[in-house]
Structures are given as C-alpha cells and as structure tokens.
Write a protein that binds this ligand. Sequence first.
Ligand code: PNW
Length: 570
Amino acid sequence: MTRFRKTSPFQTYTRDYIHFVTILVFLVSFNAQTVSAQGAGGYVYKQFQNPVRDRLIHGLFSSNFTWGVATSAYQIEGAWNEDQRGETIWDTFSHEPGRIVDNANGDIACNSYHKIDEDVALLKELQVKHYRFSIAWSRILPDGTLNKINQAGIVYYRRLINALVEAEIEPVVTLFHWDLPQALQDIGGWSNEILTVYFKNYAELCFLEYGDWVKRWITFNEPSIFAKAGHEHGVHAPGLKHQGTTVYRVAHTIIKAHAKVWHTYDNKYRASQKGQVGITLVSSWAQPSTKWQVDIMAAERYLQFEFGWFAHPLMVNGDYPSVMKTQILEKSIGQGLSSSRLPSFTEEEKVLLRGTVDFLGVNYYTTKLISAWRSDAWPPGYEEDQDLKAWHDESWPKSGASWQKCVPWGFRLLLNWVKHEYGNPPIYVTETGVAEKLNDQDEPKLKDVWRVQYFVSHINELLKAYKLDGVNVQGFSAWTLMDNFEWQDGYSTRFGLYHVDFKSPARTRTAKSSAKKYNEIVTGNGFPVPVSKLRYIPQFKPDMAFGAAPRAPMVPVFHDNDEGIQPEFR
Ligand code: PNW
C-alpha cells in the first residue's frame, strides 16, 4: 500500500515562498548581468524606442563643419597600366572572367587619371569644402615597397592636390581603399605582418610628398568589408574564402599597421605638418528585432564584431572587444582547435594600439534587424562566430543594391552608439549614399528623386544627431562624386551625384538632381529654413525608384506641429 506523506498548509507555504525568493534573486542577478552586457547598443536602443522618426528638422551645422564628396582610386582613375603603375589585386581579380558583373573592370573607369581639371570643376560646381579621394599605393610604389618610387605617380597626386588647393578645396586622403599592390598579395597580403612595415614606408612617403597640403589622413577605408568580402566571402579581391580564419589575421595586421602609421606621424610629422590621422569604419545599425535581452545583446555583438573589431583596440584599450574574444575562443575550442582563431595582441602591442585615432571616419549605408541565434558548431565562419541572425525589414524602402535598404533613422542611432561607446570622439562621416541599378544601354536617370530623398533624410538625421543628441560630428562626405566602378557590380550599380557615360570615350559627366540638391545643402550648411520652404517635395514615382515600389515611408507629406509646417516621411 502506498503511503502519502501529508504536507501541512504551512509547509507548502514556506516551500513556495523559498522557491519564489530563489527565482526572484536569480532573475534580478541575471538581469543585472545582461543589462551591462547590452552595452551602448542597449542604451541607444532604449533611448530611441519611441522617437518621432523621419520628421525633418531645420537647423544648421557648426560654422566650421566641412562638406565634401568621396571617391576611391581604383573606382575612378583607370589608366591601370600607364606610367609604370604597378598591378593591384583589383586588376588581377577583375581580369578574371566571372568575377564582376558583365566582366567589367577598372581599366578605364571614369578616366580620372586624365581628367583632373574636369573633376575639380565638378567639385567647384558642388561648392564642397573638401574632396576625399584615395591614393593608389602601386601608382607611387609599383611593387608596394621602396624598391622603386614612381615619379609619374607622385606627380599625378601632386597635380591633383595642387588643383584642389588652388580651388580652395581641402584634400582629404585615404591611403588604402582596398587596391593592394599585387606584389604584396604575392607574399601573403595582409596575412603577412611584414605589410605593417611596407604600409608605414608608403604612408611616410605620402607624408613627405604631400603633408604640407594634406592635413587629414585616413589610413584604411572600411577594413571590415575589405577583410570579409576579400578573404571570407571571396566576392572582392583577392577572392579568398578562408572562412573564420584569414579574415581575423588580415584585420590583425591592419590594426597594427594603422597604429604604426599614426605613431610615425605623431613622432616625426605632426609638429611640423599639424595634421591628423584617422581611420574610416563602417557598420549597419543593428536594431534588436524584439525587446528581449537576448536580442538586444545579439545586436550589441553585431556592432562589436563589425565596428568594435577595429575601434576597440585603437580607441578603448588596445584589445579586441571582450565579446569577440569569448565568442571566437568558445567556437574555436568547440571546433577542436587548441587556441582561438582570433589572434591576440601582446601587452606591448596593446600599449602601441590604444589612443591612435585623431578622428573617426564613419560610413553608414543601411540598418539590419538582429535576433539571437545559436550557430552550428561547424563550419567555422565570421558570421557563425556571432551567434545571431541579421536581416532587412521588407517594408523598408529598397535601393538598387540587395544589401542596402534605406533606413535614415538607423544613421542617427549608429552615431549615438559611437558617441556612447567611444566617449564622443570627433567624427567625420566619410561616406553615405544610395545605389541605383543602371546599365550602359539604359537612358541615364538624371532626375534621381530617390537619391535626393536619401540625402535629405540622412543628412537630416545627421543634423538631429548633432543638434539634439550632441554627437561630435565635424564633417560629411557624400558617396560619391560620380558613377564609378562599383566593385563586384561593375558599372551596373551607380551611386554618383553625377552620371558618367561609360559608353563614351569622353566619359562625359552630367549632373543629376541630387547634385543640385546636395549643393543647396552644402551652401546652406544644413537646413536653414523649414524644409517645406525649400520647395523640396518631389513626387515619388515608383517606376523611377529602385526597380520596385518602395513602401510609404519615403513619401514626404505635410503636417502641422508646434514648429510650423514640416514635411514628414510617412
Ligand atoms: C563602401 N555593406 O563599401 C565603399 O567604401 C565604397 O568603395 C563603395 O563603392 C560604397 O560603399 C558602395 O558600395 C561598402 O554591405 C560595401 O554594408 C558594402 C557595405 C557597406 C559599404
């Protein structure tokens, strides 16, 4: 016979009470842990949970705010084998059939190597204060080393810089915008630490040659995209797919190379040349897909893997974000390795790395929704290391590139995240812009109302970040001056304020509506009068847009509020 133990009502009450308290203590401590793990991402996400999004404000940037446009050498110069320019990994890659849409390449591109005067005339027309361009390493050092200095290359950039200075346009120079000399790839590329020395020698030559005129140097453009697209996914040069390994080693060398160049400038050139050395980083804004702690933490992981990967060692403590270190170590051990796939810095290196960013270049193109997701233990990979899923909300307006949806408010949130994570550093937005699909045979779409809307809405979010949130933003460069070689998309995807006719040997440049609008914003230093009075109310024509009708949010309408009549994106 079974005997049941009798429990008194008092015993039941005590037991339940103890359970309740235990669970409560657990929840409180769990929450305390996760709140700190949410980082700046959680803070910014919560701060902007119910913002009045997409309403345009009016107001000005500071009087010394600098406006410009950006390009990069391989995307515009052409003249790939002229005047002893050395080959780059992008020549090799784009000459391989099947790599680029329509098997396009940068052999001629916009022919800017032969069009300094024409390009400077466009910049004058836009009335920009600076021009961000990049130097092709192999044009001045054909094999990447001091073995041979190519005078023709030195002269080309000197002529460009002189023309800019004469036009009172400040030259802002990127030293590395992805076009590594092929000879350096042949010895292992950025996986080989010797490149820190070669890059330093190249940078120093540029300081010596151009440092009297160039006061803002950007060492690297978007090293995260360079490392991933070129070494993890294989869609950019050098076309490697070494998942979860080379990507980290390449970044490791780049971080050290940046610091070496900063110290070289600091020790030998800063006193006389009085310029600054920064780096340009990019990230999508990572918006938690729900209010759950795990998704907020996953979004923060995304930002740390993309942006913190470089900014944390250089701007915080000389080391990778702790979440990267723990994630990659745990995955590596699970994969049967004896140490992490993420390399580590020595204590001496950490000291050299931290504090080596005079200004931070920030590029923004899109936003992603993020949720936590446990990846399989195998295979290794940069994405898998993050344990998350990232995607676009289908309702966000499309662009002409599958990777880009137009999300202006994400720009403001990313800038706020940077402010909180890195102690409000001086920021120059070094790129943002919008893609459009266009083939050579197509009629140019000079009335690019969608691009007008893109720049108005994004620059307006920048104004909010500056005026309402106190983000220390000191300049803005639109991507890009003119249609150019859009990497693996060749000439089928355009970002230019000026249309370029790639069918014509003259590579004729023609202003689009966005060039005119950008000129208005530049000369007005922002939005000086209520935006409604700027007569900017383009009718949105879905067929002119990005190949599909975007949903309502990008259509401006009027509405009344306390500040008077303002257009609003609904
Ligand atoms: C940037 N993303 O690349 C580059 O700096 C430019 O050279 C390029 O032409 C421009 O943006 C447009 O593509 C990016 O996937 C590539 O988020 C991809 C992303 C962001 C920037």
